[in-house]
Design a protein around this ligand. Structure first.
Ligand code: PHE
Length: 353
């Protein structure tokens, strides 16, 4: 018996020698350690042995089994390691190669300014109201107190998109300013609350269009941010306070403001707000053209006729409105000399922001 076990061990181990893949290892395991292997036959036959022989043969058989299992395990590790080595060899990477540069875009300078304006007015409790870019003459002019053929229309040369034949005195056009949004917002509000409408506090951002000569100072397409507050007892003091506060939050705590009388058909009284030049601090430089002040926006108390056109009783309600150009503000802040850069899609310009 002992001799047989010895032979089994020698034969098994030498048969394991050439095994070098999973499949043949499996075959080897079936043949030498499997249920019908010679070794297992011996285990099964243990019961037929004498009392003296049984423990001795049993122990040796166990030793052979342990030895074969160990050898098989070692072989398995070897095969696995070789497979891993092969995979790694195939996937070799050269860590000394230079990396690929990732190209990241940046946010358009106008968008950055717009977002800052939204943040500042958002902090003051203003909501954003979106209004259409294609307007009627009625909303862009008439309801804002520009009568037909009024000379104030000349300030805003217009892209008309229908003719007199199509729509008579109410042609379609591209809005020349965001102010028609005031009327839409007020009408929507007073329709929703016909009795005693609660106050309105909104900003209306968006694209505007003017049929103008394109120069370094004027584009045919530009953004505006309109503001509108309507309620009971709103005064010019509220307008000055809100807009001075805006200037300080936008341009820094030191920002000085001044209001100059002006004229718009839809506000009365009307004003323009200047900010102390943030480049020279008021001493006069090329950006403020020596004036020490930069014009930032137009504003005024909403004209009673306009309030009425929006469904508000001007005897009970009052309000203020303002409008500013984010491209203009961006130009002043960054000392940009030509408004055409904003639409030129020149990465050398855009990459700087
Ligand atoms: N709509 C005016 C413009 O485009 C700006 C403005 C808005 C002025 C609201 C007063 C009140 O020039």
């Amino acid at each position: 018996m002992e001799e047989r076990l010895d032979l089994i061990r020698i034969e098994a181990l030498s048969a394991l020698e050439p095994v070098d893949d999973e499949k043949s290892l499996e075959n080897w395991q079936v043949k030498y350690l499997g249920r019908s292997s010679q070794l297992m036959e011996i285990f099964k036959a243990l019961g037929t042995l004498s009392k003296e022989e049984k423990p001795i043969v049993g122990r040796t058989a166990n030793q052979v089994k342990v030895a074969l299992e160990a050898a098989s395990g070692e072989k398995e590790n070897l095969i696995n390691q070789r497979r891993i080595d092969q995979v790694l060899e195939g996937e070799k990477i050269d860590v000394t190669l230079p990396g690929r540069r990732t190209i990241s875009g940046s946010i358009h300078p106008t968008t950055q300014t717009l977002r800052e304006i939204y943040r500042v007015f958002g902090d003051m409790g203003f909501q954003i109201y979106r209004s259409r870019e294609v307007e009627t003459d009625e909303f862009n002019f008439q309801l804002l107190n520009f009568p037909p053929h009024h000379p104030a229309r000349d300030m805003q040369d217009t892209f008309f998109i229908t003719s007199k034949q199509d729509r008579g005195d109410d042609p379609l056009l591209l809005r020349t300013h965001t102010s028609p949004g005031q009327i839409h917002a007020m009408l929507e509000h007073t329709k929703k609350y016909p009795e005693d409408p609660p106050p309105i506090r909104i900003i209306l951002p968006g694209m505007c269009y003017r049929y103008e000569q394109i120069t370094s100072r004027s584009e045919i397409q530009f953004n505006q941010v309109e503001g509108l507050a309507v309620g009971k007892g709103i005064t010019f003091g509220d307008l000055k306070g809100t807009l001075s506060n805006f200037a300080r939050r936008m341009f820094g705590q030191e920002a000085k403001t001044r209001f100059r009388a002006s004229h718009f058909p839809f506000t009365e009284p009307s004003a323009e707000m200047d900010v102390g030049c943030f480049l020279c601090g008021g001493d006069g430089c090329s950006v403020c053209k020596g004036a020490g002040w930069l014009e930032i926006l137009g504003c005024g108390m909403v004209h009673p006729t306009v309030l009425e056109n929006g469904g508000f009783d001007p005897e009970v309600y009052s309000g203020f409105a303002f409008g500013m150009g984010p491209e203009r503000i961006t130009m002043m802040r960054h000392h940009i000399e030509d408004i055409r850069y904003f639409w030129a899609n020149d990465l050398r310009f855009l990459d700087q922001f």
